[in-house]
Design a protein around this ligand. Structure first.
Ligand code: IPE
Ligand code: IPE
Ligand code: MG
Length: 250
């Protein structure tokens, strides 16, 4: 059963002081390593450490959903060696961390086009999700071989297959078929590494998300940095199309 969430375009969602859902593009691993004359993969290894810290920090702050962009549908364009290293790290992280996630009440979700991954990785993903499925302290979603355009096309095609004929797709049907039907739309988006772009992350879901960009490279991202982003978020007025006066009367 899919829980019904407010959609920022069909309804006006409540904005809590602490963002319920944070989505992060973890960028800058390669540059972090290069600055230290280390191979790019050393930056990815440090990056995994920051994932661990950020999950913990989100739990402590009462964030309910954390979605992390780990590998984009365009990252296959990287040198074969780097892609293989990233896959190895992903496998290692799943093997080592799932039990800890389970103990800490964290539900793990992996979203993206998983068919391109090898069978061992796909099995680890299935096991990790199954073992943590009943946890509800934090939902940690890892976007892997994910692309926003893939997500939208996949939703439309899945829906079309279920609804042959002349039915028209509406927002509720779209939301239910996208990769994150279990989560509300992100309240806060963070991109580290200095670039101010979306890079094909959650194109549909970011419609009314507050966008925060920091020059900090992902391997240097800390709980203090997370707090700065949350403080910035708390100063935004989320109008969802209304006037400022309307928001204050509400
Ligand atoms: C983000 O860091 C990690 C992935 C895309 C997998 P990068 O590897 O993109 O680091 P930079 O942008 O080259 O510094
Ligand atoms: C976005 O970072 C994808 C991830 C962090 C997984 P990239 O480093 O791939 O983005 P671009 O290529 O600079 O836009
Ligand atoms: Mg990058």
């Amino acid at each position: 059963m899919i829980r019904k969430f407010f959609s920022s375009t069909s309804d006006i969602p409540e904005s809590a002081a602490v963002p319920r859902h944070i989505a992060i593009i973890m960028d800058g691993n390669g540059r972090w390593a290069k600055k230290r004359l280390m191979p790019r993969v050393a930056g990815h290894v440090q990056g995994v450490e920051r994932v661990r810290d950020t999950v913990q920090a989100c739990i402590e702050r009462g964030v309910e959903y954390l979605t992390l962009f780990a590998f984009s549908s365009e990252n296959w364009r990287r040198p074969q060696e780097e892609v293989s290293k990233l896959m190895e790290l992903f496998i290692l992280a799943l093997e080592r961390e799932v039990e800890k996630l389970n103990r800490n009440g964290i539900r793990l979700k992996i979203v993206g086009d998983l068919e391109r991954f090898d069978s061992r990785l796909r099995q680890l993903i299935r096991d990790g999700e199954a073992r943590t499925a009943d946890k509800d302290r934090l939902t940690l979603t890892i976007a892997a071989n994910y692309g926003g355009r893939w997500d939208i096309l996949n939703a439309v095609n899945t829906w079309l297959a279920e609804n042959p004929g002349s039915a028209r797709m509406d927002e509720a049907a779209m939301n239910a078929h996208l990769a994150l039907p279990f989560a509300p739309e992100p309240d806060l988006f963070i991109r580290t590494g200095g670039e101010q772009r979306i890079s094909n992350f959650l194109l549909w879901q970011l419609a009314y998300t507050e966008l925060y960009f920091t020059d900090t490279l992902w391997p240097d991202f800390s709980a203090g940095e997370l707090d700065r982003a949350i403080t910035w978020y708390q100063q935004r007025e989320r109008r969802f199309g209304r006037t400022s006066e309307q928001v204050r009367q509400h």
